[in-house]
Design a protein around this ligand. Sequence first.
Ligand SMILES: Nc1ncnc2c1ncn2[C@@H]1O[C@H](COP(=O)(O)OP(=O)(O)OP(=O)(O)O)[C@@H](O)[C@H]1O
Length: 252
Amino acid sequence: MSQYTVKIEDVSFAYEVQPVLKDIDLKMKSGEFLGILGPNGSGKSTLVKLILNLLKPQKGNIEVFGQPVQSLKDRSSIGYVSQKANSFQRGFPATVKEVVASGLYGKLGLFRWMKKKDFEQVDQAIEQVGLTPFAKSNIGSLSGGQQQRAFIARALVSKPKLLIFDEPTVGVDTKSVSEFYDLIKKLHQQEQLTLLLVTHDIYSALSYVDRVVCLNKQLIFDGDKEAFIRQDKEILSRVFGDVQGTPYLHYR
Ligand SMILES: Nc1ncnc2c1ncn2[C@@H]1O[C@H](COP(=O)(O)OP(=O)(O)OP(=O)(O)O)[C@@H](O)[C@H]1O
């Protein structure tokens, strides 16, 4: 068994002609919490899609849990929470429980196929994110932060070993941002999950992550958070261009 949960070697990817990712090497050890930072269009979501095997690189190899990602049999070992996990319209016809259960079957409305063990897993995932009192509530009636928790439960229900978040704090109020990170910290400790978090807002994440990777089509920085903090201004100016006046330094 590989010591790496994710191993990306010499990966390049282009949707059309221009490369979106170039010569990426990135390894994540089991249990690590990695934050990936980069500006709009820097290839962060593309990298996540490559790890999820939703896209195929033109060059290089990707392994997840020691297997080539394209031959990974048990996709349920990767949990994914997308950017839009907190924007359900009021009246969307599904309860929290149904949304979470869809993490087991990939579809809504399959309650009738569920076994006792599946119902228990759904209840447990809802409990883990603190939404038990809202299990039967309509997802659209919840706040953005609560909806996000429901989607974290949906990602957790299949008991993944790797959990990936793509911009989880976009459009979420400040209180919910800190609640989100507290929840993630708890899950990281309790479930020994390997966590990959894509974010614009590295300073909200810094006290939680172990390691920071900065991306702008190529890897600009990869190091532990202490190394990032020691040279953050230089790194950010390399990643974002001139950072004076950007929001990224205001969190300090
Ligand atoms: N399906 C697609 N077809 C063509 N180009 C795409 C496609 N998806 C993304 N791109 C382009 O690839 C580049 C990288 O996009 P990607 O979404 O990976 O960046 P990102 O760092 O996640 O950005 P953001 O922070 O805005 O989500 C961008 O220039 C984007 O316009």
